[in-house]
Structures are given as C-alpha cells and as structure tokens.
Design a protein around this ligand. Structure first.
Ligand SMILES: C[S@@+](CC[C@H](N)C(=O)[O-])C[C@H]1O[C@@H](n2cnc3c(N)ncnc32)[C@H](O)[C@@H]1O
Length: 213
C-alpha cells in the first residue's frame, strides 16, 4: 500500500518537467540565497570596501599562529592584527605579554565571536577587538603588526605600513608574503609559513634603490 503511494508520487514528479519560467525562478532564488549568505554572514560591514580589497574569513591554523608567535619572540609592546577574524592571533599575543593587543575586523559576527573567546579565556579585559576598516586605522603607535590577508591587497598594504609604522616595527605576514619585500626571517613550511619584515630594513632598501636611480 505504502509502496503504491510512493510510486504514484514519484511518477507524478517525473511527469512534471520544469519550464523556462520555473528554471529562471529557481536560478534567481539560488542566487539570492548565495548573496544573502555572502552579504549577511560572511561579509557584512564590507559594503563600503571596494570589491578588490575584500578579503574573506579563513582562520589561521594552530601551526600558523605558532609560527607567527615564533617570529615575534623577544618582541614586546603593542600589537595589531589587521583583519583579526575570531581573534585567535590577538588572544595568543595577549597570552604572551603583548599589550595593548588589538584586532581590527569589519565582520561584526567575528568581532562578537572574538569577544566571546577572550571572555572564555579570561582575557577580555586585556584584549581589544574593534569593528573598524583596517585601511582607515592609524597604525603609527604599533610596533608589532600581524596580517593574514589575500595577495590582492598586500601590495597596497605595503604602502600604508611603510608610511605609518614606527622605525622599530616588525610585521609578520602569514600564508602569503608581501610581494615586493624581502623577509628578514621565515618560519614554517607550505601553507603554514610566516614571514617577518623589519620596517627599518625595508626603508633602507627603498632608500638605496632610490639612490641608484
Ligand atoms: C584571512 S582572514 C584572517 C583572520 C585572522 N587574522 C586569522 O588569522 O585567523 C582575513 C580577515 O580580515 C577581515 N578583513 C578583510 N578586510 C578588512 C578590512 N578592510 N578591515 C577589517 N577587517 C578586514 C575579514 O573579515 C577576515 O576576517
């Protein structure tokens, strides 16, 4: 009896072919759903950021965080993670004594998640997660910078860091190196690799290039 009903429903379904209008509706609905997930959950707060500067959230692995911290060994003072996601790098930096430890992140969901992680770890008073566009932040007070961003934005970020950071600043990039800079130290292998750059050295390299032109 049940088998008969199932067979009836299936044959009815088989006979119904989708027309052009239905295909169009289905495509539009799928497109809208994808857009809603992208704009509402993955990239909220990015409306004013040009498309070519939008970087999606991909969290750093444990090995990546550890490589970043190895390159930061011996350093102290303030640290900023540009595009801090769920705050894992900032939290680890705080555990290792960096202060202030600040994350800049546009996605409000991730900022909330970062606050929750910090609260759970008992460090909510020692870290700061700010919902701000990293391109608009004045970085001149930070001696330590970490970035896990896409290659498409690193070239532009080079200019901002060179213009704003103090002379004794160290920058650590994860996953992708800065395209025009030579790292002073590298840690890890493959996707977990991280690169360290001394701003003083970089400025010297630019000066000597200018002098040879
Ligand atoms: C690849 S994820 C890295 C997250 C985190 N640093 C980590 O390593 O786990 C890049 C992050 O940068 C954020 N982001 C991208 N553009 C930004 C901007 N203009 N201002 C602030 N945050 C931004 C994204 O929302 C995303 O969370």
């Amino acid at each position: 009896m049940e088998d008969d009903i199932q067979e009836e429903v299936l044959s009815e379904f088989r006979e119904k072919r989708l027309g052009g209008w239905q295909i169009l509706q289905l495509t539009a609905a799928t497109g809208l759903t994808v857009y809603a997930v992208w704009a509402g959950i993955l990239m909220p707060g990015f409306r004013r950021v040009p498309l070519k500067l939008q970087v999606p959230y991909i969290p750093a692995s444990k090995a990546q965080v550890s490589n970043v911290m190895t390159l930061m060994k011996g350093r102290s003072g303030g640290i900023a993670d540009l595009g801090s996601g769920d705050g894992r790098i900032v939290l680890e930096a705080c555990r290792r004594g960096f202060s202030p430890a600040v994350g800049y992140e546009l996605n409000p969901w991730l900022v909330r998640l970062a606050h929750f992680h910090a609260w759970r770890a008992g460090h909510h008073r020692s870290v700061s997660y700010r919902r701000e566009d990293l391109w608009k932040v004045d970085l001149s007070t930070y001696k330590n910078i970490t970035v896990f961003l896409a290659p498409s934005v690193l070239s532009l970020l080079q200019k901002k860091l060179l213009a704003e950071l103090p002379e004794d600043a160290l920058i650590v990039a994860g996953r992708f190196p800065f395209p025009d800079w030579t790292a002073c130290k590298v840690e890890g292998e493959g996707v977990d690799r991280a690169w360290a750059y001394q701003i003083q050295e970089l400025r010297k390299q630019y000066e000597s290039k200018d002098n040879h032109v």
